[in-house]
Write a protein that binds this ligand. Sequence first.
Ligand code: NDP
Ligand code: HSE
Length: 478
Amino acid sequence: MVKPFTEVTLNNVDWSISNATLRLLLTHSARQVGIVKDVSRTVRIGVLGCGTVGSGLLELLESRRSHISKTSGVDLEVAGVAVRSASKDRNYPVASELLTTKAEELVTSDDVDIVVELIGGIEPARSLCVAALEAGKPVITANKELLANVGFELYELADAHGVDFLYEASAAAAIPIVRSLRESLVGEDITRIMGIVNGTTNYILTRMDEEGADYSAVLSDAQRLGYAERDPTADVDGFDAGAKAAILASVAFGKKVVAGDVYHEGISAVTQNDIEFARNLGYVIKLLAVAELFEPSDESTETEIGVRVHPTMVPKDHPLASVRGSFNAVFVEGAAAGELMFYGRGAGGLPTASAVLGDLIDAATNLKRGAHEPVPAGDRATIRPIDSLHSAYYLNLEVVDSSGVLAEVAAAFGRHNVSILSMEQTALPADEVRSGKAEARLIFITHVAQESDMQATVADLRKLDVVAGIVNMMRVIA
Ligand code: NDP
Ligand code: HSE
């Protein structure tokens, strides 16, 4: 933990100065006596990982080199590329003398000024970032899992060493949302962020909706196209979007929010049937990441943050409804700015590498100026539990088709103060019957209710003899 102030005695006077000021003074003095490495025009980069994003970055570094030199005044040069297997075929050819399997040596090499971590996962990415930061090297990463789990340890280390730790690509790949929140919206009172921040799941849901495509076949396509994580359950089970939600909440609200704070559900329970009902009712299903700030109220005496990821029924006329394929979008609501939407490619080698390159140029420029960007800080967030959420809900259940069933089902809603907005009944075709007593499907949309009441309703419905099964429950943007 970095102490904010340091006691210094100068000329028998006790001074209390901020650590940032102390660092500036030390850096200035170090420059005077030549301790700080003088970075020449050429900034040498150590790239960790040469998969989808790493290859994209090497391609961009090559194709944009002279433009970057002209516009930013820095020459970026690759000093080495660390990989797991040096003999593997690469999407982008890498000179064999640049390749190494010794990432630990590359990050501390005197020949490397800036480290770019594009391996993924927590270890060895964490240890390599720590080694680089402790050696006084700026680090760029696209690794949301790392940031959402141990990011604050790394932010503090970077701050203590006075170097950049930048991560634009981690939240929504090509979309410059981190920089926008950190810089342009730094004075804004942000109340809510809603985002489609996982390209793989948006790609799958879009193809299921538009082509009636099969879930598993489309997931394979997303893997082939380089959208999915090494372990795609991180995408489809909502962990990836959850990590991104934690990162965005930390930057937007200035509090420490970590992966474990995020309530998450994935898309594997979403059926073709749900997609069709949603369409007929005027909605489209999206995996949304939502981060909300709740000021003290009758229910709580302190500011709380709610962070959640789940399939959501989005009205067709909402700006997020039109985000298709692997595209991402982040919808920001601010007290003064109003509503803003950031849209772009949320996955893929070159789009992600574009954001990494932007960070790299910033870090190279800062390195030459002896400056660095602020990192997320603040107190640990008080997390509002999902049970306190207020939302409208969609419920898809299969029931016995006989008199009195509807009254029994409606009574369960009534017992928990959940008011029904609309209900639709359809007979179940024989090939959809999953249990002997399932004869009809009931689709409900509720008015806004409290999550705990809706969960209690669902628990009650499960106990009814006339209910054959609860197929799905989803939150609805009312
Ligand atoms: P890949 O799996 O395609 O590439 C990972 C790379 O890391 C490979 O080149 C692999 O080497 C290398 N690697 C693995 N372990 C080690 C190790 N111990 N030492 C050195 N190198 C190692 O991943 P991506 O490029 O898709 O993703 C990289 C990061 O970017 C992840 O954090 C991901 O979450 C993030 N990201 C990815 C996006 C995307 O669309 N793909 C978008 C936004 C962020 P080898 O090739 O020899 O196996
Ligand atoms: N697997 C991630 C996605 C990559 O599909 O969004 C981008 O972070």
